[in-house]
Design a protein. Structure first.
Length: 336
């Protein structure tokens, strides 16, 4: 089976590609290795993937309207996993056009590619940020996601709607995953765990927003990959019990389409996360307590009951284990 993974040199894409390669699948990776964060880290991930004989890489910009459809026509993937995107809630306040180019135009190119080659399944990344102003915890896919508070989240809601239209019109099964605060080895340098570790080892204070009282559903990357792999092997189907008079926003009666949460199903206060990191590093953090930033929410927590039912999903990694694995990787990679 050939799987096309966009964002294959990125954090989650790298882990998924390696998992599929290790089980014997063929993987075509698409990534332009842009400079949003250190390209050397992306190159290091890619070097590991290219050691597998069943891996092939295409260095393309997802927003390239000619070359991306051309890659689909050449490869004819059976599975497509779209993990490439301009990530980051806060950066969307600074560079909104980047998000439209990558997350909207780029995703349209993916959909057009799928329309042409008709893969068995399209799996794509959404985000817990789509829940926005919703304060009903834990966040359920069966509740609406109509009040985004950042452009980043708005582009991901657009992706879900675009996927539904293409699934309906052209019969491409699609599953969108709302990721909840993913962390782990080979993580992104713009995320809190990476920035905290880097600053603490350098003897610098760490910026702690929301005065450390924010709560997040921290989800270890291996648990995320478990969900992605399970979905790859179980394409979305039309919901025969869907009621147009009371439409379920997580499924469809007119398209093989669904959205699911991928999270750890528990809230952890940011200060507890920092305490675990202190224990694993053996370093006491100097805290620079700050108010919440625009676009942040106070709490997130995933309701994963639907994901468990559909995919036999069972997140199992506590932060004590996950943070420890990240610290081990960081010290080895940066020799610190």
């Amino acid at each position: 089976m050939t799987t096309l993974i966009t964002g294959s040199a990125g954090f989650i894409g790298f882990h998924l590609a390696r998992r599929l390669l290790e089980r014997g699948d063929s993987v075509v990776g698409l990534d332009d290795l842009n400079a949003y964060y250190d390209p050397a880290l992306k190159t290091a991930r890619l070097t590991i993937l290219e050691a597998y004989p069943r891996y092939r890489h295409a260095r393309l910009d997802l927003a390239d309207r000619e070359r991306v459809p051309g890659l689909f026509a050449e490869v004819k993937p059976e599975i497509v996993v779209n993990l490439a995107a301009q990530a980051g809630v806060r950066y969307s306040l600074e560079s909104p056009t980047t998000y439209v180019d990558s997350n909207v135009v780029g995703f349209l190119n993916i959909l057009e590619g799928c329309r042409a080659v008709q893969p068995r399944h399209l799996v794509y990344a959404s985000t817990s940020s789509v829940y926005g102003a919703n304060g009903n915890l834990p966040f359920s896919v069966h509740n609406g996601a109509n009040h985004p508070i950042t452009l980043y989240a708005a582009t991901k809601i657009a992706n879900e709607a675009m996927a539904h239209s293409y699934s309906h019109l052209f019969g491409v099964p699609s599953t969108g995953f709302r990721f909840f605060t993913v962390y782990g080895p080979w993580g992104r340098p713009d995320m809190a765990l990476f920035k905290f570790t880097e600053a603490m080892l350098a003897g610098k204070p760490i910026d702690v927003y929301g005065h450390g009282k924010m709560q997040r559903d921290f989800t270890y990357v291996a648990d995320i990959v478990d969900g992605l792999v399970a979905a790859i092997d179980r394409p979305a189907q039309i919901n025969s019990e869907w009621n147009p008079q009371a439409p379920d926003p997580a499924t469809s009666g007119v398209a093989p389409w669904r959205v699911l949460n991928l999270g750890n199903n528990q809230r952890v206060e940011l200060m507890r996360y920092i305490q675990v990191l202190e224990e694993k590093l053996g370093v006491k953090a100097e805290l620079n307590l700050l108010p919440m930033q625009p676009g942040d929410v106070a709490r997130t927590e995933a309701d994963v009951e639907e994901t468990k039912r559909a995919l036999a999903y069972a997140p199992s990694t506590p932060i004590e284990v996950g943070v420890g694995a990240f610290v081990d990787w960081y010290r080895d990679y940066y020799r610190r």
